[in-house]
Write a protein that binds this ligand. Sequence first.
Ligand code: CTP
Length: 412
Amino acid sequence: MSQPEASSPGRRGLGGARIVLGVTGGIAAYKAAELASTLVQAGVALTVVMTAGARQFIQPLTFEGLTHRRVYTGVFEGWNDGHTGHVELASGADLLLIAPATANTIARLAHGNVDDMLSAIALATAAPIVIAPAMEQHMWLHPATVANVETLRERGVTFAGPDAGRLASGAMGQGRLAATGEIVAAARAALGRGGPLAGRTVVVTAGGTQEPIDPVRFIGNRSSGRMGIALAEAAIDAGAAVRLIVTRNVDPQLVSGDVVVVESARELREAVDDALPAADVLAMAAAVADFRPERVSDQKIKKQGGQESLDLRLVRNPDIIAGVEKAGLLKVGFAAETEHVVAHAAAKLEAKGLDLIVANEAVATIGSERSQATLIARDRAPVSLPEAPKHVVAARIVDEIVRLLTLEDADA
Ligand code: CTP
């Protein structure tokens, strides 16, 4: 009998994760195709299992095309050539994700019923389970469903959504399948459970602040927020609870999980202050404007005939990370410099009382998909990382955060 290869120790994140995606019979089943595509593109080894109901809405061929793998539909499939059907799928999974999940499937799982391939895997697996429900509001709010969801939550099942909005019937209410990004975020968090940052809360800021001049204009910068988002995801992959604080310009498609949106440096400081009591790590990847217009006009500033210049007086913004004082908090700064990169970053490490600073060359990094970073901590020589996609660099930064937290714990 062939046994699935055990998950490699230390594997983190979606890349290489083995996920079984259960698709059940609701109109939202068509959205599972986009979810499957997103997961496959993120490097997931995805096996799709469909219920009979799901096949009324979408064909197995769609998922076969997206995953390049066999799609399972019946409980007696997969027993040929020494394979053990649902047992093998269940034991080989790092995660069971069910999206969309109908009220009926939630009920079957809560009661341990096994009448198809998906319910058999759900009962046989030791992997974490994430459920993204989709149904009419009355079904979601029915006491039977509420009780079933509670039962599953008590057993450690995670729920993503459902969201409020327009439902299949045309009515408005709660019951829409959660956005793909939210479901993927829940999957990441479930896969990261028990990782080296388990039990830690990491606050990450991302993007570039916008300092208003008048109701339609602002002073901003070119930061895309990609590094911060990648860092938040890498921290979730390592098991952390993450509070992500983003500026308005950050593409909401990239944002997932516990997110706060801010505009100016002063709003960012308030959001950081709110997050601090729970924080073990503060990672300030956001590009913060050092100055803001002294006066913000209530009305759009109009040019006068013949006017050739406009004076804007700017005043200093608070230095957020330098001003944060909390015992035991690990402070991680970012420095994008155009010259003397390591020397300037090292000076900021000292001046701002940081534990770690990530230095990189500004022009090559800001707005790019890739980064070449140097990690500067107090206890060793700077470590220069190879140029790589930001998610790879982010994983290395998280490794360094883990190393510093471990040292801190040993000192305590
Ligand atoms: N930072 C901050 N508050 C500010 C400015 C910067 O918390 N008002 C943080 C950034 O988020 C980053 C680190 O400090 O993590 C370094 O940011 P950077 O803009 O490079 O530093 P500055 O002190 O503004 O230096 P410079 O004069 O080079 O702009």
